[in-house]
Design a protein around this ligand. Structure first.
Ligand code: FA5
Length: 350
């Protein structure tokens, strides 16, 4: 009889100490399940005398009922509490302001490159790319530079000492052409001309946009690293008129319909005649003429060097600094901003 009492007390204590319905389910099994501690007491009944049995049976049944009632009550109480706790924890405050959402943006030079490509591809030009680490021959010799031209000077050109890359002595077909070619960081994207003429015949309409490097004093309009657009067209009967028409369409696409182009004579070894060109628009720089780049007709000697009949074919070429486009269009007056990756500057071009 004492055993029943003790178990009942133990079970009631455990029930009131339980804090989850899961714990209560375990307690129900432990005390009231088929082979639970309280239900199991019934098996003891056989050991008792006939007189003792009824009282014992009643006592066990009463203990079961008491514990069951305590369990049920506690389950109800906890269920309510658990739900409240869950609702509390999962509550959504719909009045809370949302978190700020920061999106990236395409770099302004990338945006400009896309506009250049859209315009020139629209005019039938094909986009090609050349290496930034360029052979001296494509950067200078192929473009009709005389051996003593100042641009080749160490002052202007970054020469790159890369033995593994520039050593061509193992290439037998080049062995009789003098020393292995030197590598330079290309100073102009016009270097794509020789690479193209070597493989392809006119009619050609080609352009590139890419990084260029010059070993010169850096200031607001000159960087050691900048970008150029370079384009050329070779076909029968191509003249300065085609150059002016193409450049006109190009600058109108970049700066608006009111912009005008002006040519002035200039010298580049790879064109004859050569010009520099400037643009002006009532909306830009108070209508002043601002220089944009160089251009001209492809030098006949270059065409001849690549076996192109210069009596039949003529071509034009033009080049310009890519940074000049957003500089002129938006009034940014320092080229260095474009390569410094200062988000305060770049975010303006969203
Ligand atoms: C050339 O580089 C010629 N290859 C352009 C050309 C192409 C002429 C085809 C004829 C036919 P130039 O050195 O002037 O030319 O450079 C062209 C443009 O690149 C300049 O007008 C300027 O916009 C830009 N540029 C040149 N040097 C720098 C520099 N250090 N920093 C930023 N932009 C520069």
């Amino acid at each position: 009889m004492d055993g029943v009492e003790t178990l009942q007390q133990e079970a009631l204590g455990a029930v009131s100490a339980a804090f989850t319905t899961a714990e209560l389910r375990e307690l129900e099994l432990k005390y009231l399940g088929k082979s639970g501690l309280i239900s199991g007491l019934m098996r003891e009944i056989g050991k008792l005398s006939a007189e003792e049995r009824p009282a014992f049976g009643q006592k066990v049944n009463a203990a079961r009922a008491t514990v069951q009632a305590a369990l049920d009550e506690r389950v109800e109480a906890l269920k309510g509490g658990e739900l409240d706790a869950r609702f509390g924890a999962e509550r959504i405050d719909i009045t809370l302001p949302s978190r700020p959402w920061r999106s990236g943006l395409q770099h302004i030079l990338d945006q400009t490159t896309d506009r250049v490509k859209a315009c020139l591809c629209g005019l039938g030009f094909e986009f090609v790319e050349g290496p930034e680490l360029e052979q001296f021959a494509y950067n200078f010799d192929a473009l009709n530079y005389p051996p003593d031209h100042p641009a080749m000077d160490e002052q202007d050109t970054f020469y790159v000492d890369a033995p593994g890359l520039s050593d061509k002595s193992d290439t037998s077909d080049l062995s009789d052409k003098g020393p292995p070619d030197r590598l330079v960081l290309r100073t102009q994207c016009t270097a794509i001309q020789g690479r193209t003429f070597e493989k392809r015949q006119p009619p050609l309409r080609i352009f590139t946009v890419g990084r260029t490097f010059r070993n010169e004093a850096v200031d607001r309009t000159h960087g050691h690293t900048f970008h150029q657009v370079d384009a050329f067209m070779v076909d029968e009967g191509v003249s300065m008129a085609h150059l002016k028409g193409t450049l006109g369409a190009f600058v109108r696409a970049m700066f608006g319909d009111e912009v005008k182009v002006r040519f002035r004579p200039d010298f580049f070894p790879f064109v004859e005649p050569g010009v520099d060109y400037a643009i002006s628009s009532p909306k830009l720089f108070g209508g002043r003429w601002v220089e944009l780049g160089g251009a001209g007709l492809v030098h006949p000697k270059i065409l001849q060097n690549y076996g192109i009949d210069s009596e039949k074919y003529t071509g034009f070429a033009f080049g310009l600094g890519l940074e000049r486009i957003p500089m002129m269009a938006t009034g940014v007056d320092d080229l260095r901003h474009f390569l410094e990756n200062d988000l305060r500057f770049l975010e303006q071009f969203r």
